[in-house]
Ligand binder design. Structure first.
Ligand code: URA
Ligand code: CA
Length: 439
């Protein structure tokens, strides 16, 4: 007979736990047989002692199997999923899904709503008139087989063990543990059923991982879990010291995705979408040559095939596909105001958290799961780090639906910009690629 107290002791003393011990703990916790105080103590022991790759993988798989799992076996081909650890102005899913699908790789994507500066991918998609995010499993799978892509909200309960553990970690100061973060993320991805994963692990002031070193370690841990769990996994460690794109807000990010699919997106966002898509094509086995994958993707971005695929996706889920030609069909905010440069000089810093916070306060994001978000509001950046601006130039445009919030929005957004006399070094976009060879 196993005892939670003995399992906690072992981890406290730095011993490794067996799969059976981890099952006892996690399954017992989900069943309500192991109390919060014992799980909290165990989390803290893991925080200090860590876990080895096999333990982390076992923990991940046990959490993945703690609830519903998606069976995508009825979809023909290799199903590759993409995950971002989260940043500001990160509209990549809306671009990558149709782009990759236009190259013949099936994309069956379940996305969350989540808490944060803006809604999640499915909130953003809901700004397209008529778009239905709730499809049944059969409808979802049939659609992927018919048009190659579907993006839906989460149905069923994926990885309930993670939901419970994450909430407990949040109030016991045990979120910042690489084994716990990596298993949390990978358990949800594995439950969602794909054969392989491309991970976008953000590093920087606007990310969960502030330093490149920590982001690399998280990326390596997740690639290791994926590999041990027999899912081919690669990660790109990418910059989040400034917002990725120009649009921050739900409809504003859909607009940016459409512009990008029209070949008119911001350079950094376009480049990252292309590189994440290259990795997806490589994992799906479309080619084993980076240059060939890149060429195929650039062709479909520039000849309209990816944009057309986005239109098909929208139409298949009940949305108005004319939006891909007519951005005025998206929800529009009532008020607009510009943030002006207080002096001339180079943009030295563009703080993603201040920008995200501005969007949040205007109503674009969710503080609790019951917050109702305003799809139209947010902001558009008119410059990026390294640009030269003159006094009075527009740095950003704020979109709001509550007049009384506008002055504060402008003031908070202004705080995001640091302008100085010298040109700062260019921020890299992709720091590193982590593959199974690096772990
Ligand atoms: N995101 C997750 O899903 N889990 C964590 O533990 C941290 C970030
Ligand atoms: Ca996201």
């Amino acid at each position: 007979m196993m005892h939670a107290v003995e399992i906690i002791r072992k981890k406290r003393d730095g011993e490794r736990l067996t799969r059976a011990e981890l099952e006892f703990l996690i399954q017992g916790y989900v069943a309500g047989e192991i109390p919060d105080y014992q799980m909290a103590a165990w989390n803290m022991a893991v925080y200090f002692q860590g876990m080895d790759p096999e333990e982390i993988t076992n923990l991940t798989l046990i959490m993945a199997e703690s609830g519903d799992t998606l069976d995508l076996s009825q979809i023909l081909g290799v199903k590759v999923d993409k995950h971002s650890t989260g940043g500001v102005g990160d509209t990549t899913t809306l671009i990558v899904a149709p782009l990759v699908a236009s190259c013949g790789v099936p994309v069956a994507k379940m996305s969350g709503r989540g808490l944060g500066h803006t809604g999640g991918t499915v909130d953003k998609l809901e700004s397209i008139p008529g778009y239905r995010v709730e499809l049944g499993p059969e409808e979802f799978i049939n659609q992927v087989n018919q048009i190659g892509v579907s993006v839906v909200g989460q149905t069923g309960e994926l990885a309930p063990a993670d939901k419970l553990l994450y909430a407990l970690r949040d109030v016991t100061s045990t979120v910042e543990s690489i084994p716990l973060i990596a298993s949390s993320i990978m358990s949800k991805k594995i439950a969602a059923g794909a054969d392989g994963f491309v991970l976008d692990v953000k590093a920087g002031s606007g990310a969960f991982m502030k330093s490149e070193e920590d982001a690399v370690e998280l990326a390596k841990t997740m690639v290791q879990i994926g590999t041990l769990a027999k899912r081919s996994t690669v990660a790109l460690v990418t910059d989040m010291n400034q917002p990725l794109g120009r649009g921050i807000g739900n409809a504003l990010e859909v607009k940016e995705a459409i512009l990008t699919l029209q070949g008119q997106g911001p350079e950094r966002l376009t480049e990252l979408c292309l590189e994440l898509s290259v990795e997806m094509l490589l994992l799906a086995g479309v080619t084993n040559n980076h240059g060939e994958a890149r060429e195929l993707l650039e062709t479909n971005l520039h000849n309209g095939a990816a944009l057309k695929k986005f239109g098909e996706l929208i139409a298949a889920q009940g949305g108005d596909p004319r939006v891909i030609e007519d951005l005025s069909l998206l929800p529009q905010a009532q008020f607009q105001e510009d943030v002006l440069a207080p002096r001339g000089g180079y943009i030295q810093k563009l703080d993603p958290l201040e920008i995200g916070g501005t969007a949040m306060e205007l109503g674009a994001g969710r503080e609790t799961k019951d917050t109702i978000i305003d799809l139209a509001v947010g902001l558009e950046l008119k410059c990026q780090v390294g640009d030269y601006v003159k006094e009075g130039d527009v740095l950003a445009r704020i979109y709001g639906n509550k007049g009384e919030l506008m002055p504060h929005g402008v003031a908070r957004c202004s705080k995001a910009f640091t302008i100085g006399d010298t040109q700062p070094p260019t921020l890299p976009l992709i720091y590193r690629k982590i593959t199974v060879k690096d772990v």
